[in-house]
Write a protein that binds this ligand. Structure first.
Ligand code: AMP
Ligand code: GLY
Length: 432
């Protein structure tokens, strides 16, 4: 089977690795990911968000199955390019992926279909409306409606100190986008639940906790994600009912989109927050999370090609996961996220990484004259997988030592100390 994958980050590296075990893999990338290139029979470099450029490649090749991965490709309609060419597709159409690229649409779907979990919120297109919502809610999250690489959301207490700063940011987004989403600030613990869907049914994956903040102890700016961990069927700070509620919400979203005649076939990603007031929805994505893809796909025991095929054909098959723990740490360039050191050489000791049991996933690096160099984005994901979280964390941490050069990572991700803080925080919230 000829399977084509669009995308070139660490998330796509593990997708490529899992697919290539069971098919002939073809890759369409914006920049050459050396690891994906090696896993592929053939690869092309183009602007992956440009439907015409991708259509030209598709036209000249007879692919059987396609999967487009990054958010901006879904918004651009790359899945539609494949569908129009008569190829089976396991990623959502432009209109179905709107659940990710239009947060106003997402909240409206939840409201119209009586899906629980939205905080108080308002989409406003004028400064007076923004000021009123900011004053009414007090503590707020202010967001652009569209894609922002995880970096567009600002939250009271974390990013704003004064009301003027909140109004200023809302004003900036209105000027730029014509409108802004203002939500009440939620307090609790966040987690990710991802599901495969064929447009009617879902099959959930193990839950994961991502760490968006740049620095240890969850301080600093929001990033694309500094690392993540999973602990089998549930996370230590969640009740079973939290997971059941999250699963129910994902199912309801799939049913709502079907009713709206935009069936969602692909990976539905729910970002949830467990709060004192029950489960809340932060956002949905129309794709695997990055880094969460590395946590869940490393546990997948079934063929990803078979699952994608069953999704594309509307007959979802059941995936199986091992119940081990995983810890993923992102190595990022020195100075990241404010002033990342670009074009710096990194040396990878692949033998050392393998020997300590870790796996290395290539994110945003490039090859020049036989050397691997950094860009301004996250460089490598280092994954540890083991029976216990403690072991998985040690493996990931050891693995990081085998990449030499101006890169750093959050050493606290996956440590028992950080997990205990989540457990204590959730206990105190639930008893308040
Ligand atoms: P998003 O891009 O919507 O996932 O938001 C990025 C991050 O901002 C989330 O992971 C949360 O940590 C934070 N955030 C978003 N919305 C809210 C909210 N309503 N209350 C508190 N934090 C939020
Ligand atoms: N890990 C967050 C995201 O992929 O959006």
């Amino acid at each position: 089977m000829k399977v084509v994958l669009v995308g070139n980050g660490a998330r796509e590296h593990i997708i490529a690795e899992k697919l290539a075990e069971h098919c002939d893999l073809y890759a369409i990338m914006s920049k050459k990911n050396p690891a994906i290139a090696q896993l592929s029979v053939k690869y092309w470099l183009c602007d992956i968000n440009n439907v015409n450029e991708v259509a030209n490649i598709v036209h000249d090749n007879e692919f059987d199955l396609a999967f487009s991965s990054p958010d901006a490709t879904l918004e651009a309609g790359i899945s539609n390019v494949f569908e129009n060419a008569g190829i089976l597709v396991a990623s959502p159409s432009k209109s179905a992926s709107r659940i990710e690229w239009d947060k106003g649409f997402m909240r409206t779907i939840m409201k119209n279909h009586k899906i629980k979990g939205s905080p108080k919120h308002e989409v406003v297109d004028n400064v007076d409306g923004a000021v009123k919502a900011i004053r009414d809610y007090g503590q707020v999250a202010i967001k652009p409606l569209g894609l922002s690489g995880g970096k567009g959301v600002k939250v009271s207490g974390d990013h704003f100190d004064s009301i003027d700063e909140k109004i200023g940011y809302a004003q900036e987004l209105i000027r730029k986008d014509g409108c802004v989403l203002i939500e009440e600030k939620l307090i609790g613990e966040e987690f990710t639940l991802q599901a495969f869907s064929d447009g009617s049914r879902i099959a959930v994956m193990p839950p994961v906790q991502d760490h968006k903040r740049a620095y240890a102890g969850d301080s600093g700016a929001n990033t694309g994600g500094m690392g993540s961990y999973s602990t089998g069927a549930n996370l230590p700070f969640l009740e079973k009912s939290d997971l059941d509620d999250a699963t129910k919400i994902l199912k309801e979203i799939i049913h709502a989109l079907k009713k709206e005649e935009v069936p969602f076939r692909g990976i539905l990603y729910g970002q949830f927050m467990a709060t004192a007031d029950g489960l809340k929805v932060i956002e949905f994505n129309a794709r695997f999370g990055d880094p969460e893809a590395m946590n869940v796909l490393s546990l997948l025991k079934t063929s990803l090609v078979d699952i994608f095929l069953s999704m594309a054909e509307g007959r979802l098959s059941k995936p199986e996961f091992s119940d081990e723990c995983t810890v993923l740490k992102y190595l990022v360039p020195e100075g990241y996220p404010d002033s990342p050191k670009k074009d710096a050489e990194v040396l990878i000791d692949s033998f050392g990484i393998e020997k300590c049991g870790a796996s290395l996933y290539y994110a945003s690096v490039y090859e020049k004259d036989g050397k691997i160099l950094t860009t301004s984005s996250r460089a490598f994901g280092v994954l540890g997988k083991a029976k216990t979280l403690e072991e998985a964390e040690k493996i990931a941490e050891n693995g990081c030592n085998f990449v030499k050069g101006p890169v750093w990572h959050r050493e606290d991700i996956g440590t028992q100390e950080l997990v205990n803080k989540r457990i204590t925080n959730m206990k105190s919230l639930r008893s308040s």
